[in-house]
Design a protein. Structure first.
Lengths: 203, 79
């Protein structure tokens, strides 16, 4: 265990030592690029994207070096930072032209459920009942901010991008949406619809 | 704005599957390296790792990042 901890100190020591830093950064950069290319390759993030993210990640890693606790391998920790930066960049680019309803609320969230003819009448009735109730709960139990954030998330917008549009941060928006979900679930449960009923009706 | 069938089904699942979560996304990010190493090494999860796992089940954004993170680690391990 002591040997393992000592091994985890090697990277931070090399990165702090001016005589070793350049070589350590080059080595770490190569590791990050390899991982980034695999993670983002399928989504169109190629060599140049991975190189740019790795560069930004190296700066962040140096900045946060004192926060490395040794609870994991250094390269695992470093990769987690690079992936978070890469994901952020990817999301920012993908959603750069997408806005959310940020004005005064004059546009209620509507749920336009197209009936599937093949399903039994009873299940269709259950779906309509749950939908009607959920619509009411969204309108009456959630705050305007919760409605807007939940609606944006359902349209595929990531939490951090929602945060950027409502002048908030990722942690706060996650909490905002989590509270909204809990409130909606509580409302459905109070009306007799448990989680299994909901999942079965809309499976 | 209007939600369509697939979005409504996602919302229903999202509402039905919510569980209490004491972590925020930054807490999760801090501990995912140890969770990944534990999972890949099939080591038992500590209490904190279980909390992180619970956050990942509640937060689609962190879950997506974790999925990409595991792919990246696999690429590095292969060499």
């Amino acid at each position: 265990m002591t040997e393992q901890i000592a091994a985890r100190d090697v990277w931070p020591r090399r990165l702090r030592d001016e005589s070793q830093r350049e070589a350590a950064l080059a080595e770490l950069r190569e590791i990050l690029v390899r991982g980034l290319k695999r993670a983002f390759g399928a989504q169109g993030g190629g060599e140049s994207f991975s190189e740019d993210v790795a560069q930004e990640a190296l700066l962040k890693i140096l900045e946060k070096l004192d926060q490395f606790s040794g609870r994991s391998k250094f390269t695992t920790w470093a990769m987690s930072i690079a992936i978070r930066i890469g994901t952020s960049q990817f999301r920012r680019k993908r959603f750069q032209d997408v806005s959310i309803n940020t004005g005064d609320r004059d546009d209620n969230l509507q749920m336009n459920w197209a009936d599937e003819e093949a399903i039994p009448v009873e299940r269709r009735q259950e779906q309509q009942a749950v939908l009607g109730l959920l619509q009411q709960l969204i309108e009456n139990s959630l705050t305007d901010r919760q409605r807007r954030a939940t609606e944006a998330l359902m349209h595929g917008m990531p939490v951090e991008e929602i945060a950027a549009r409502i002048s908030s941060n990722r942690n706060a928006v996650y909490k905002l949406i989590h509270d909204a979900r809990a409130r909606l679930r509580q409302g459905l449960e109070s009306a007799g619809y448990g989680a299994d009923d909901i999942l079965t009706a809309f499976a | 704005m209007t939600l369509k069938n697939d979005q409504i089904a996602t919302l229903m699942k999202f509402v039905a599957s919510v569980t209490p979560d004491g972590l925020c996304c930054d807490d999760c990010a801090e501990h995912v390296p140890e969770l990944a190493e534990a999972q890949l090494g099939k080591a038992p999860l500590t209490e904190v790792m279980e909390q992180v796992q619970n956050h990942l089940e509640n937060c689609p954004c962190c879950a997506k990042e974790y999925e990409l993170f595991l792919e990246a680690l696999a690429a590095v391990e292969e060499d």
